[in-house]
Write a protein that binds this ligand. Sequence first.
Ligand code: APR
Length: 415
Amino acid sequence: MSIFAQAVQRQGYTVREAHLEWTIQSTARPVVVIGAGPAGLMTANLLQRADVPCVVLERGTREYIETRPRAGMLEDRSARMLERHGLADRLLTESDTHTACEFRIDGKAHELNYSELSDGRTHFVYPQQEVVTDLLGQYLAGGGDIRFEVSDVELHDHLDEIPSVSWTSSGGTREQLDCSFIAGCDGFHGVSRKSIPAGAVKEFTHQHGIGWLSILAEAPPSTEKVIYALHADGFAGHMLRSSTVSRFYLQVPVGENVDNWPDEKVWTELHKRLALRDSDWTLTEGKIIEKRVLDMRSHVVEPMRYGRLYLLGDAAHIITPMGGKGMNLALNDAEVFADAIASYYNHKSTAGLDDYSAVCLRRVWRAQEFSQWMVDLVHRNEQPFLSRLGHARLQHLIQSREAAASFAQMYVGAN
Ligand code: APR
């Protein structure tokens, strides 16, 4: 039993009281984690395992975070990381593993077996809300402290030895907590990144000039592998979520109004862009449960830190859904950060904290480059010359084992 747990037991405190007592008594103040998505909850679980006190603040309800459909693909590397920390039991038993994807061009299908080309590594199709549900369950089972439905979160004194965070609790009381570090895991629209003074960090943004109609339908998958289709009228994608729900994407103009896409038109366009010549393959339709337009943009904050505030996941970087890197980068940031905090708490070393941003950004920029490469690969470009380049690149990927192997390594997260 950890020192911390002994203190709790000896004092007969609840975890929350013990946090405060610990803070006062032992000057080891908690880490405050803002946001309970994959980045925040992975961080909280790893800190808990390292006996580092932490408090998670989440503006949504438990039900909201456990049911919000977002990403759905875990790299082999992320699944192994979750397994290493004892957080993958349900993932490894309930997820579907995938070894290949399919490119469709000129009405023909081309399978790319990325597992074969990456020493047997696979993808795990496991919806983000299931990852969040597992991480939250583990954290609470370990006595973790999380406050749901908080509002007006504010960060104070980032550059001080003792920063603090204040918020309004679900009960309406204004609370404030001195802490050792703040983990900003509250996404692109959260308060953490916005609390950094203008100019104190660099922000790199790229608008891809592409819109995506994102569709979630209660349709059983019409494929066993993810499909990327390059069509004269634009990209179409058939992603996998579960045996009863599928995610589809259609390339549309930037700023497109979702009202221009009644369900019938959506299915007509999907049938057309995913169609195969000389094949009896058909697309199974179903009730569309979510439809929204995404403007494809990418964003990176450098460094991913300001004083004692560390940015993780979408709070530090936004990446296009091409290649399914968003959730995987968030989990990677969490492991690098938690390792750094653990060595600070347990060995008084700041090396990991000092290197955190550089270590994460290496992976972030590699993923950004790969995601951009895939965007150019399968999207119709306003400039016919650039569209032809995408066509040529896809032909090369299909015909060259070396090109396919390089794709496979990046796609499955092998490097
Ligand atoms: N106060 C408290 N919580 C907040 C605040 C706030 N001001 N703002 C946002 N949050 C919470 C959100 O409700 C959400 O639960 O922060 C959490 C952020 O979670 P995500 O958006 O899932 O971000 P992250 O953990 O970085 O995961 C990134 O999520 O969206 C996908 O594609 C993305 O896969 C990537 C992954």
